[in-house]
Design a protein around this ligand. Structure first.
Ligand code: UD1
Length: 378
């Protein structure tokens, strides 16, 4: 059978690596995969570096859409994906997560009656102000095969009636939901050792045998909101009085820090010798930074999980999380963009202990998914 994998943003490239690897290693006689890159992320260090490091096949289609307003960006993607799906017959498309590339793939494929496999289905923040919440809800509704990474995600789909759904898709297909485990865990297990050998980031940043905090900020409601961005940076400045902090900067954040911070806070950030601002990290670099950090602060969904995989406490710089298990296990705290809550969480989490129970599966999610894909569409 023939699959089209659609990717566009950094985390999707990472997730797709695990599925492509599993196809190459055990399914290449049964499944042919082609890859379409929308071009949502286009900077070398947001896209190409991941293909190289993780040995992902070069995309067969590249739409080079780039940045833009949500409607404009998504519309261009829909048109490009539609054309690719008309030119060549695919048995199903594989979509990841909740980005505008996911939404575009879901709209284009469903209108052409091509079944959708949604990897990372069922996640909900219950916050419709998040563009990702809109994207994932639409994609779940349009998908035939839904792979939920956690029990909570399965429960969300159950609550929304997915298990009793009367929906019939073209060719008489009915919706199926599976608890698959998290495909990102496959990658973290696979690359954890390799990454250590392939990057000298700790040496370069002079962090060998040093305690440090890893922090990332990129969500629009943090970067685009001066009050929230200031509160987070002020908390960082306070925490940096006693520890080193590494801050890989997403291009969006890099652009907006000088625009949305007061000049004196921005210059304190730039001049703080305990805060190392670096370009977006490669996958190997981020893994090594995660493994060696003492705590992770982030508004990224992916980093929250990777913190948990590597048994690091995590401060969640958002008002809620889809990965509620992390908070339930006492391995993370939701601090939103509240300076006092961030500082308080920092001290509490360093004292707390968590058992880091296995809530993200067994690291074999990709094989499980490929077997279900074959059973469903072959
Ligand atoms: C997107 C996803 C988000 C995901 C994140 C991972 C949506 C709605 N959001 O957010 O779910 O967590 O990717 O990084 O799809 N830019 C560059 N170079 C790049 C890419 C982006 O400079 O290679 C800048 C542009 O100024 C752009 C901004 O970053 O306007 C935002 O990029 P965009 O793709 O809209 O969303 P992300 O914030 O990356």
């Amino acid at each position: 059978m023939k699959l089209l994998t659609i990717i566009g943003a950094r985390p999707q490239i990472i997730k797709a690596a695990a599925l492509s690897r599993a196809i190459r290693n055990g399914f290449s006689d049964k499944i042919q995969e082609k890859i379409l890159h929308t071009g949502q992320h286009y900077d070398e260090n947001m896209s190409a570096v991941f293909f190289a490091e993780m040995n992902i096949p070069k995309p067969d289609f590249n739409l080079n859409i780039g940045s833009g307003r949500h409607g404009e960006q998504t519309a261009k993607m829909i048109a490009g994906i539609e054309q690719a799906l008309i030119n060549e017959r695919f048995d199903a498309v594989v979509l990841y997560g909740d980005t505008n590339s996911t939404l575009a793939g879901a709209v284009a494929a469903s209108k052409l009656h091509i079944p959708i496999v949604h990897i990372e289905a069922g996640l909900r923040s219950f916050n419709m102000a998040m563009p990702e919440e809109i994207n994932r809800i639409v994609c779940d509704q349009l998908s035939t095969l839904l792979f939920a990474p956690t029990q909570t995600a399965v429960q969300n789909l159950t609550n929304e009636g997915f298990m009793q759904s009367k929906t019939t898709f073209p060719n008489g297909l009915r919706r199926k939901v599976f608890h698959s485990g998290d495909i990102m865990y496959d990658n973290s297990l696979y690359f954890a050792e390799i990454a250590e050998q392939k990057t000298d980031i700790l040496e370069r940043l002079q962090l060998e045998n040093q305690d440090f905090v890893l922090c990332t900020i990129h969500r629009d409601n943090n970067t685009d909101n001066p009050e929230r961005l200031s509160a987070i940076i002020e908390a960082l400045l306070e925490i940096a009085q006693n520890t080193k902090i590494v801050l890989p900067l997403h291009p969006r954040t890099k652009k907006l820090l000088p625009e949305n911070l007061l000049q004196n806070i921005y210059s304190k950030l730039l001049n703080n010798s305990n805060i190392q601002i670096i370009p977006p990290a490669s996958f190997f670099e981020i893994i090594v930074l995660e493994k060696h950090s003492k705590l992770i602060m982030t508004d990224s969904g992916g980093l929250q999980k990777e913190a948990y995989f590597f048994r690091k406490p995590c401060i969640i710089l958002r008002p809620e999380t889809e990965w509620v298990e992390i908070v339930q296990q006492n391995a993370g705290k939701i601090a939103d963009a509240n300076k006092d809550m961030i500082i308080d969480s920092y001290h509490k989490l360093l004292k707390n202990s968590s058992d880091f129970m296995p809530v993200f599966g067994d690291g074999q999610a990709a094989e499980f998914m490929l077997n279900k894909i074959l059973e469903t569409f072959n």
